[in-house]
Design a protein around this ligand. Structure first.
Ligand code: GDP
Length: 195
């Protein structure tokens, strides 16, 4: 993927109307601090265009990045942030549901899981939720550089088991530090979802 230009075109808050885009969208979900902003910056070849949060979970918006005037990367708000009230969590849930359910252009949902840890109950819930909306999520196992190479297969297996993935589900180990997985992710997106 050659990134010619990147534009944060739309930022939607809880009550905002979601955009009626005509270009294809691919969305990214994951718990706070999993490395979603870093991944989006890596995909866009930008250092800090997507916010990298010191206070995880603070910004509950859906951000639409227009890439090359060809498609959108959609940054969904991070979940699982303990300090958020129940009421806010519910609002957040409704917003994501509204997006997953309502977008006419959404082609694929990528779910980020930290490769070091077994998926949490929230991760599992998010996975099941995406599936129930009719999408087969692609899993990105983040922070690959934080484990030893010899641990990779074992950790990928743990992620697969934790989420109860079917054989056919793709898991892409990824690092924003080494950029490992970047090309594979773009190739998959271009081949399967953006053509
Ligand atoms: P978000 O809350 O999901 O958007 O996560 P961020 O992208 O803000 O990252 C959370 C923290 O993890 C930051 O301190 C990042 O520098 C760090 N981080 C993100 N991705 C990686 C990665 O691939 N490798 C390493 N070592 N650290 C990462």
């Amino acid at each position: 993927m050659i990134i010619k230009n990147v534009d944060l075109e739309t930022v939607c808050g809880i009550t905002s109307k979601l955009p009626d885009n005509t270009l294809p969208e691919i969305a990214f979900a994951g718990k706070s601090n999993v490395g979603k902003s870093s991944l989006i910056n890596t995909l866009m070849n930008r250092k800090s265009y997507a916010r990298i949060s010191a206070t995880p979970g603070k910004t509950q918006t859906i951000n639409f990045y227009n890439i090359n005037q060809e498609f959108y990367l959609v940054d969904l708000p991070g979940y699982g942030y303990a300090k958020v009230s129940e009421q806010e969590k519910q609002k957040w849930g409704r917003m994501i549901e509204r997006y997953l359910h309502g977008s006419k252009q959404l082609r694929a949902v990528f779910l980020l899981i930290d490769i070091r840890h077994d998926p949490s109950a929230n991760d599992k819930m998010m996975y099941d939720w995406i599936v129930s909306q009719g999408y087969q999520p692609i899993i990105i196992a983040t922070k690959l550089d934080k484990i030893k190479r010899s641990q990779k297969d074992k950790q990928v297996k743990a992620v697969r088991q934790g989420l109860g993935l079917s054989q056919g589900t793709t898991v892409i180990p990824f690092s924003s530090v080494t950029k490992q997985g970047r090309d594979e992710l773009w190739e998959l997106a271009e081949k399967e979802y953006l053509n």
